[in-house]
Ligand binder design. Structure first.
Ligand code: URA
Length: 274
């Protein structure tokens, strides 16, 4: 199963300097360690055993249909591996050159219940190599977890997989659109999430092509990408929730954030409505 992808983050260590980090060796390891390639090797071995009677004994439990099934599954997985390797090497705009590290998505890449889309990677994300691992990320992940979302049923990502200069979301609309069309849009098509949780105004802008978050948060919006219809739930960014934490409206804002995530959990059948 393509569940816990932690194995993909063994190399390099979290202490690596993101500015001098070299991806090439890391990629070789990743390719070897990835589930997809491991699966492929097993399937190729099965197929070899199956089509070479006389050379090797054929175990009775391996039917040809099983082999075909596994090959199809591994081909599906491989789409994502190839996609990830290409994404990781992307340097097609100036943002990708700043920290020399693309933060890959984290979670289940095959038909997850929810794809969670934030804005862009920050310093903690570049250091660890996963999206949403800083303070705001901890709040987001804890809330997702509380409502039944796990690594096995969700995929966490960002509109921009790189860290922009000074953590400021770039103003260059065309640059972001290019990045979105090249990566996030394709990732949605490949992974086919059942729901998309749009974290903050940027993901609403680039996925739904709508402006603002306050008016549309908490309401499901159906969105179609290449014939794929996905229900999207816009919600507040956890950084905003944290910024407002000690203000008068802080409790309401946090409650809204929780309610929105809960709605997705109910709609995807992870929890029951009470
Ligand atoms: N970390 C992320 O990965 N994305 C955000 O939008 C904010 C913090």
């Amino acid at each position: 199963m393509l569940y816990d992808r932690d194995v993909l983050y063994i190399f390099p260590s979290a202490n690596v300097n993101p500015k001098t980090y070299d991806r090439s060796l890391d990629q070789v390891w990743k390719k070897f360690l990835s589930y997809e390639y491991f699966l492929n090797i097993i399937m190729a071995t099965f197929l070899f055993i199956r089509i070479s009677p006389g050379i090797l004994p054929i175990p009775s439990f391996i039917s040809l249909n099983f082999v075909y099934f596994c090959i199809i599954i591994s081909m599906i997985f491989n789409n994502y591996t190839e996609f990830n390797l290409a994404k990781e090497q992307c340097k097609s705009c100036e943002i990708g050159k700043i920290y020399n590290r693309v933060v890959l998505s984290d979670g289940n890449t095959m038909n997850p219940n929810v794809m969670v889309v934030g804005e862009a990677a920050g310093s903690s994300e570049v250091e660890v190599g996963k999206p949403f691992v800083g303070k705001a990320g901890k709040l987001l992940r804890a809330t997702l977890n509380e409502f039944g979302f796990r690594k096995s049923n969700s995929l966490i990502t960002n509109v921009i997989p790189c860290r922009p200069q000074d953590n400021k979301f770039p103003m260059d609309n065309q640059l972001i659109l290019n990045c979105f069309n090249k990566w996030l849009r394709q990732e949605i098509i490949i992974t086919k999430p059942k729901f998309i949780l749009l974290i903050g105004a940027k993901s609403v802008k680039y996925i739904l092509n709508m402006n603002g978050i306050t008016k549309i948060r908490g309401k499901f919006v159906e969105h179609e990408i290449e014939g794929l219809k996905i229900m999207c739930m816009p919600t507040l960014h956890p950084s905003y929730v944290l910024r407002k934490e000690y203000m008068e409206e802080g409790k309401i804002i946090k409650q809204q954030f929780r309610d929105d995530i809960k709605k997705v959990a109910i709609a995807s059948g992870l929890i029951e409505e009470k």
